[in-house]
Design a protein around this ligand. Structure first.
Ligand code: G1P
Ligand code: ZN
Length: 543
């Protein structure tokens, strides 16, 4: 095989964020840009002889082209085999499963998650390690360091590979194996869940609606919900994958999944609604006229895990990201299992899972998962809910309200201010830091500040320390406000404000979180001087 070495110069902006390198497609289309980053990944790794690489993406614009480049670079950099999903498509959780199931050396996942897709929109790339999870910070830092000093990259002189037909192509010591992107994942789900019980539930007249948001989960939902579980075709919407995700923003929340929300809050609403995001790792769960916050969803899955075959033996522990509400902490306490609080981003959960310390984990940002893979998993969460409903024979609303009655309710909301000029956003964070000395003991109405700090985390498995993971203002009553800058945006800065109030008496609060949290919202705006500093009257997105 002929290998072509091309001289190049570093780009200064290849620092991976919360979930890999995310940029506009136009940025990735610059000559050498993708190649530089892929070479920086390969230069960081100690690629063993005979190693296999998993490659797949969410099917967005530029996916197919990037995969051709990556395959040729993998061949040139010493991989013996590449496993690729048919058409270049693998959902993020399916990619994680493939890495684990076939024990590949690692994987490259092409996705910008829920960000819009198309020639003017976003693209992304990340490296996952042999455990199936996003590479830890020490590797992503090393990749960034390599990208700053790169001088050349290597591409094998191979013809364009047909990745649309399942099968193997031998290219002289290097093999490309195209696999069915759905089958292995669907088999795994069938092992974890009580498919018979869910099938019976769906036969009994229980109605569901799943929204694939024109993105990667469509084919997975068809195979699992329709073919294997017997849901009618009418219970799936937007399940045809398109390169531009139908021109939409496939983020399953009350703002962007409004088409589904309208159905679940409409006059002939089904019993259950769910959606997944661009690359299939996020989920939103709805009941008939009812929304389940992701933080509550995690807590409820944890509390009812024994109803699911895979977790019948109980949970080793649970974990949540710091800004996620403390609802799951209460469940862990009752179950007498450990609960870990990690920085935002899935990579921190991987170490805990590999060490056997946690079984379930989740984030407030519509991400829930377990140790079956090392990514969050949208359809897995949907199946958790269907399995729990099938076992309890109760509605979504009844299950959530019973949970609140038992544990109390962590009223929760996140307010996002998107595309703020970066300097303005860091000005807000600096201003908050400046008040760490004066805020404690100050009262705002009935709320008195107890402490404020910047969250940092010491990994209990490898001792690594991550600092600057969000500013917390904790109140004496247990309520809290968290301020944090996003690590996934591609335009300016996104400032996230996370609001949480604990309500032990569920009969004594407003169901609508915005109403229940009204005072906290005002306090957040006051102490951050957000309106004055950004000129923004209201958040871009409320979840
Ligand atoms: C966001 C979410 C975070 C999630 C990440 C990847 O990151 O807030 O929980 O892990 O997307 O899906 P952020 O933009 O906040 O850095
Ligand atoms: Zn995603």
């Amino acid at each position: 095989m002929k290998i072509i070495t091309t001289p190049t110069q570093p780009f200064s902006d290849q620092k991976p964020g919360t979930s890999g390198l995310r940029k506009k497609v136009k940025v990735f289309q610059q000559p050498h840009y993708l190649e530089n980053f892929v070479q920086s990944i390969f230069d960081t790794l100690d690629i063993s002889a005979g190693a296999t690489l998993t490659v797949g993406g969410d099917g967005r614009f530029y996916n197919a082209q990037a995969i051709q480049t990556i395959i040729k670079m993998a061949a040139a950099n010493g991989f013996a085999r590449v496993i690729v999903g048919q058409g270049g498509i693998l959902s993020t959780p399916a990619a994680s499963h493939i890495i684990r199931k076939y024990q590949t050396f690692g994987g490259i996942i092409l996705s910008a998650s829920h960000n819009p897709a198309g020639p003017e929109e976003d693209f992304g790339i990340k490296y996952n390690s042999a455990n199936g999870g996003p590479a830890p910070e020490k590797i992503t830092e090393a990749i960034f360091a390599k990208s700053k000093t790169i001088t050349q990259y290597k591409v094998a002189d191979l013809p364009s590979i047909n990745i649309n037909a399942i099968g193997e192509t031998d290219l002289g010591g290097f093999t490309v194996q195209v696999i069915n992107p759905v089958a292995d994942y669907a088999d795994l789900m069938a092992e974890l869940f009580d498919f018979d019980a869910i099938r019976t539930l769906l036969k009994s007249g229980f109605r569901l609606m799943f929204d694939g948001m024109h993105a990667v989960t469509g084919p997975y939902a068809k195979e699992i919900l329709m073919s294997r579980l017997g849901a009618p075709e009418t219970s799936l919407m937007n399940c045809e994958v398109s390169e531009t995700f139908g021109g939409g923003h496939p983020d399953p929340n009350l703002t962007y999944a409004h088409e589904l929300v309208d159905i679940l809050y409409g006059s002939d609403a089904p019993d259950f609604g769910a959606a997944s995001d661009g690359d299939g790792d996020r989920n939103m769960i709805l009941g008939n006229h009812f929304f389940v916050t992701p933080s509550d969803s995690l807590a409820i899955i944890a509390a009812n895990a024994r109803l699911i075959p895979a977790y019948r033996q109980g949970l080793a522990g649970v974990a949540r990201s710091m800004p996620t509400s403390g609802a799951v902490d209460r469940v862990a306490k009752k179950l007498n299992i450990p609960c870990y609080e990690t920085p935002t981003g899935w990579k921190f959960f991987g170490n805990l899972m590999d060490a056997g310390k946690v079984t379930l984990c989740g984030e407030e940002s519509f991400g829930t998962g377990s140790n079956h893979v090392r990514e969050k998993d949208g359809l897995w969460a949907v199946l958790c809910w269907l399995n729990i409903i099938a076992a309890k024979k109760q509605s979504v609303e009844a299950i959530v309200k019973a949970h609140w009655a038992e544990y109390g309710r962590n009223v929760y909301s996140r307010h996002d201010y998107e595309a703020i000029p970066s300097e303005t956003a860091s000005g807000v964070m600096q201003h908050l830091k400046g008040q760490f000395g004066t805020l404690p003991n100050q009262s705002f109405g009935k709320y008195t500040v107890k402490t404020c700090d910047d969250f940092s985390y010491t990994d209990p498995v490898d001792g690594s320390v991550s600092t600057g993971q969000g500013t917390r203002v904790l109140f004496a009553c247990g309520s809290r406000i968290v301020f944090r800058l996003s690590g996934t945006g591609t335009e300016g800065a996104t400032l996230r404000i996370y609001l949480e109030a604990f309500e032990p008496d569920v009969n004594n609060h407003h169901l609508d979180a915005q109403v229940a949290l009204a005072e906290m919202i005002q306090i957040a705006l006051e102490i951050s001087e957000l309106k004055q500093r950004t000129g923004r009257e209201k958040p871009t997105v409320i979840t």
